[in-house]
Design a protein around this ligand. Structure first.
Ligand code: ATP
Ligand code: MG
Length: 418
């Protein structure tokens, strides 16, 4: 039975400290994006596997290797969502969003990828993200980047990340680049990793996203995408860069940035922490015009990003130290009658905004020991002397002092602190 003491590989319990931090990342993300009109939504954890296969691309790592898919009891092949964009594109078709564009949404929740677990890489992890459908053009792209940057700023980590920017250009430009890259890589295929040799035929752009050291070295001299841009692609990208410059959002261009999924065109971007190596991307996205048509529906302009909550939380902690929600107050009762009264009184206090834990009916010694184990700052003590007179003892655990006050107004005496 020993093995049942552990969660599945790559899965973690989210203990209160992390739960608090992850929730804060989500709240900040939601608050910031709501300033731009993004409204919270969520898609189901499970979808028909084809929702991901068709939109992310069969040859991507996320679909080809990392998907948590299985047959359900009715024989349907389903998958736990590895990301939210595909599900939201599906939702756009489900709910006929093309009739009420533009639609801007924010999400936050658990995602699943069957990856090799390591620091910053889990099989169940969390993302926040935004998607803007029907905004389109350079305005959509630059807005998405701006919202991402503002979220990082609100979390206090924008100085730790570098914004990497690239444009894949229009669909046509991307096709031209794909051919150019194929022609350059073909004669060098022997130098590629096994995975990349396979990708060469199915999807050569994917190779640029390889984390294999040998591949990375070989790719240094590979052609960048910029020579393949058409005039329209170039103009679109110029406008995005102008917008970022206008707002003072620093970026560096990386002509080999492609991102892990097939559906991108035009602007793509990644906010990366430089000293974190292969797990350095904390928030990334791009433009995905036409993604909905891959699912068999109308073609919509789309742009968005996803941020990894665990990585963002780690970054916040590195910058600001760990933050934990902590109870300051406890209450304990000495004896049966006092216990009854404490139950009543403490509900009244809670109704007035007091927050505290009930240590229970204990001896004074045991109660104070529990209070210090819980790290409480103050303890309200009610014994038989106290309850009969409608009083409480308020003990300052740090100072070791205590005062006697009336049960109804002791909180006023504290200046609202309790
Ligand atoms: P990576 O290059 O690190 O594999 P990715 O390109 O696969 O990332 P995206 O699909 O862009 O990641 O997801 C957006 C963000 O989600 C990433 O930037 C990262 O912060 C986070 N993320 C992705 N996969 C994981 C994972 N397995 N565990 C924790 N966070 C993850
Ligand atoms: Mg990945």
């Amino acid at each position: 039975m020993k093995e049942l003491y552990k969660p599945l590989r790559g899965m973690r319990d989210i203990l209160p400290k992390d739960a608090y931090g992850l929730d804060r990342v989500k709240r900040v993300g939601c608050e910031v994006s709501s300033r731009y009109g993004y409204r919270m939504m969520e898609t189901p954890l499970l979808e028909d596997v084809r929702v991901f296969g068709r939109s992310l691309g069969e040859s991507t790592d996320v679909v080809g290797k990392e998907m948590y898919n299985f047959e359900d009891k009715s024989g349907l092949e389903v998958a736990l969502r590895p990301e939210m964009t595909a599900g939201i594109a599906r939702a756009a078709l489900t709910h006929g969003w093309h009739q009420r564009l533009p639609v801007r949404v924010f999400y936050g929740g658990a995602m699943f990828r069957y990856e090799r677990p390591q620091k910053g890489r889990y099989r169940q992890f969390h993302q926040i993200g935004i998607e803007a459908l029907g905004v389109g053009g350079s305005q959509g792209d630059s807005e998405a980047i701006t919202v991402g940057y503002e979220v990082l700023k609100a979390l206090g980590v924008e100085r730790r990340v570098r914004l990497e920017l690239n444009s894949l250009g229009s669909k046509e430009s991307r096709r031209v680049y794909r051919e150019r890259l194929y022609d350059w890589l073909s004669p060098r295929r022997e130098g590629l990793s096994e995975d990349s040799r396979r990708r060469l035929e199915s999807n050569p752009l994917r190779i640029l996203d390889s984390k294999d050291e040998g591949d990375k070295e070989l790719l240094v001299d590979a052609p960048g995408v910029e020579e393949s841009w058409c005039d329209e692609s170039k103009r679109h990208y110029d406008e995005v860069r102008e917008h970022l410059t206008l707002l003072g959002i620093p970026y560096s261009e990386n002509g080999k940035l492609v991102r892990g999924l097939d559906y991108y065109c035009h602007t793509i971007f990644e906010f990366v922490v430089e000293d974190w190596g292969n797990q350095g991307a904390v928030l990334a996205g791009g433009c995905y015009d036409g993604l909905t048509s891959l699912l068999g529906g109308v073609s919509l302009a789309g742009v968005g990003w996803a941020g990894g909550c665990e990585r963002l939380l780690t970054l916040c902690e590195e910058e600001m130290g760990e933050e934990e929600e902590r109870e300051d107050w406890g209450v304990l009762s000495l004896g049966e009658d006092a216990e009854r009264v404490v139950r009543l009184w403490s509900e009244k206090w809670r109704g007035e905004g007091w927050r505290g834990v009930n240590i229970g009916r204990v001896t004074l010694k045991k109660g104070l020991k529990t209070a210090s184990r819980l790290g409480l700052r103050y303890v309200v003590i009610v014994g038989s002397d106290e309850w009969e007179r409608g009083e409480v003892l308020v003990r300052d655990m740090d100072e070791g002092t205590q005062v006697r006050r009336g049960y109804e107004d002791w909180r006023l005496w504290l200046g609202g602190e309790g």
